[in-house]
Design a protein around this ligand. Structure first.
Ligand SMILES: [Zn+2]
Ligand SMILES: [Zn+2]
Length: 184
């Protein structure tokens, strides 16, 4: 056995939620270093290799192996730091491969990996971050009416998603108030 987990790697694995016994099972399965997790590829496979392993723990370990660490933000909990172009399945949270393109089915669970969103600008719908019809950036479904309202107020297409992201809850409340009035 030339290769084995370093003390640091073992401690990280335990911090991710693995038990000592599960760390040993990893070695038995032939996983002896961080790179081996990349060979394993997805959480489902990892849980098959290590019996009793929680899927969430497996995902956390794989995310670490891929270098997508988690960061503590002011002790308020853990926030996953993602590279901006990563796509995660909305159903099973599996990270999609590099050649993923909008509309593809999830490599792990076979469902549509991204939610289908409606465009605030042209009202067509589709997967992905941007509307295929008009190129507008999609906004959260819960804020669709806000986007439509800002369009009516004459804001440019590209500015609306940015404005919504920049707005605080109070400002959005004011806007909702205006929308309700206009429906009057
Ligand atoms: Zn999936
Ligand atoms: Zn559109």
């Amino acid at each position: 056995m030339a290769k084995t987990f370093s003390v640091l790697e073992k401690n990280i694995l335990k911090a991710k939620g693995l038990t000592e016994a599960q760390v040993k099972k990893l070695s038995k399965a032939g996983i002896a270093g961080r790179d081996d997790f990349k060979t394993v590829g997805d959480a489902a496979t990892l849980t098959q290799l290590v019996s009793g392993l929680d899927t969430a723990v497996a995902s956390a370990v794989l995310a670490w192996a891929r270098g997508e660490g988690t960061t503590d933000v002011g002790g308020l909990g853990r926030v996953v730091v993602e590279s901006s172009d990563s796509v995660y399945c909305v159903h099973c949270k599996t990270k999609q491969p590099k050649d993923y393109s909008s509309g593809d089915l999830c490599v792990s669970c076979g469902k549509q990996a991204e939610p289908i969103l409606s465009c605030f600008w042209c009202a067509s719908s589709g997967p992905g971050r941007f509307c295929r019809q008009c190129g507008a950036e999609f906004i959260a479904t819960s804020e669709l009416d806000l986007g439509i309202h800002l369009k009516r107020e004459g804001l440019p297409k590209d500015d609306i998603p940015k404005k919504l992201k920049a707005m605080g809850a109070a400002e959005k409340d004011v806007l909702w108030g205006r929308i309700r009035k206009s429906r009057g």
